[in-house]
Design a protein around this ligand. Structure first.
Ligand SMILES: NC(=O)c1ccc[n+]([C@@H]2O[C@H](COP(=O)([O-])OP(=O)(O)OC[C@H]3O[C@@H](n4cnc5c(N)ncnc54)[C@H](O)[C@@H]3O)[C@@H](O)[C@H]2O)c1
Length: 409
């Protein structure tokens, strides 16, 4: 039974608390965060996930647990990893380090995280839940013999869309790293690549050939939405970020030379029931589809009864409505792959190994996201087989991330 310590106690930590209710090999022992730690610890104790305690510092937390999880905002990642390294130097005996998506805002930051973790010689997990979604895993399992007979898939469409994030730091491109492409493109690109990766091959098997991206600010730069963001301390007339992005990634099978394509679409302008994950994979003679909004359950709340609704997000993440006909997903933590990613990581850590997705893998995804921003900025496809381009990406900071999005949006 591994003792888990969460750094960060906001939205995603709450989701992981829900996921841990379905994981038997974890004891949620501690949490450390400037905001929300006490409330999260209390919920975890009520759910009997452990005698969850609040720790004042990362060092104190790291001394008390086996696994630390960085569930804090993107801008705090590198500093937190340094604090973990100091705790380990000070005697903390960690068996694993988990980092939520996106690993980092730049390739340089991702590289720093990877190097610090490597120097500690502690197994890592990059948490990309969508690759663990049971619907995708089951579809691939059922199609295994078909794929073997016909060949691997050649086109994957992967989309995550909702109406916009909950906290101002996500909207601010200088703190988050960009707009929706940095925030959610990392999911859709990783998941798309996974859906195309031949069964039995490692997740970094397919070679990225080129990336072509287009980004736009379609909704949140206009009134009344602009004013709503300003009231939350974010000014998209001065420092805009993209609320819509499309990325086309071309991949090559290094053994057969066959090409495949990921189309990743991400949106913060999805004014629809809540959060939609839409995946479609096409192979020679077969295909499968996942739509997270297709649920056997639903609820209806009339106008007359609507005042009784306490929290519409109880029915579905990012739900925008509290009355009418609402989609209900009874176990989102399982649906989105959080439960499976925990089981994968903790099982690996118990054996002294990296999870299926480690921080190096996270760095590859960061590089692809940065290449997407570069493609939008240069208005051209980026050749990912060119060593000069890869070197340029190493210290590239997109204009949108610098707060100069007005030049390109
Ligand atoms: N896998 C997913 O689908 C998914 C969903 C949501 C968020 N995330 C990721 O999780 C991360 C956190 O997002 P969130 O929605 O929970 O954010 P949030 O703003 O809701 O919560 C952030 C938490 O981190 C704490 N924090 C802030 N600065 C800190 C610091 N320097 N040290 C320690 N803790 C600090 C805050 O007090 C808060 O408890 C982001 O990187 C986000 O991209 C992933």
């Amino acid at each position: 039974m591994l003792k888990i310590g969460m750094i960060g106690a906001g939205f995603v930590a709450g989701f992981h608390e829900r996921a841990l209710r379905s994981v038997r090999i974890a004891d949620f022992a501690g949490v450390c965060a400037p905001k929300g730690a006490e409330a999260l610890a209390q919920v975890a104790r009520e759910n009997q996930l452990g005698d969850t305690q609040v720790y004042a510092t990362v060092a104190d937390l790291a001394q008390a647990v086996d696994v630390v999880c960085i569930f804090a905002p993107n801008f705090a990642r590198v500093e937190i990893m340094r604090q973990i390294a100091q705790a380990v130097e000070g005697g903390a005996k960690l068996k694993g380090i988990i980092v939520e998506k996106p690993l980092a805002r730049t390739v340089q930051e991702a590289d720093t995280l990877v190097r610090i973790a490597k120097a500690m010689n502690i197994p890592t997990a990059y948490f990309e839940n969508q690759i663990h979604m049971p619907s995708i895993i089951q579809a691939r399992h059922q199609l295994a013999q078909v794929e073997k007979a016909m060949g691997p898939a050649h086109l994957a469409r992967s989309a995550e869309e909702h109406g916009g994030p909950h906290e101002p730091w996500f909207w601010d491109p200088t703190t988050q790293g960009g707009g929706v492409c940095c925030d959610m493109g990392c999911h859709s690109i990783a998941c798309g690549m996974f859906m195309l990766t031949p069964l039995g091959k490692p997740l970094d098997y397919l070679q990225p050939v080129s990336i072509n991206a287009s980004m736009a600010l379609l909704k949140w730069g206009k009134e009344p939405w602009l004013g709503q963001l300003k009231a939350r301390g974010v000014d998209y007339s001065k420092t805009p970020a993209e609320d819509y992005s499309t990325v086309t990634l071309e991949l090559k099978d290094p053994q057969t030379g066959h090409r495949s394509v990921v189309q990743a679409v991400n949106s913060w302008i999805y004014d629809a029931p809540g959060l939609r994950l839409l995946m479609e994979t096409f192979g020679p003679g077969y295909s499968y589809t996942v739509n997270s909004l297709q649920s056997p359950s639903g609820i209806f709340i009339s106008d007359a009864a609507a005042t009784a609704v306490v929290d519409s997000e109880l029915a579905l993440e990012k739900s925008q409505a509290s009355r009418g006909s609402l989609i209900l997903q009874p176990n989102e933590a399982d649906l989105y792959g959080y439960v499976a990613e925990w089981i994968d990581a903790l099982t690996a850590f118990e054996q002294g190994k990296d999870a299926k997705l480690n921080l190096e893998y996270g760095k590859t995804i960061t590089m692809l996201i940065l290449a997407a921003y570069m493609s939008h900025e240069k208005r051209q496809a980026i050749d990912l087989t060119d060593a000069r381009v890869l070197r340029e990406l190493e210290d590239y900071v997109p204009l949108i991330q610098k707060g100069e999005g007005n030049k390109v949006l």
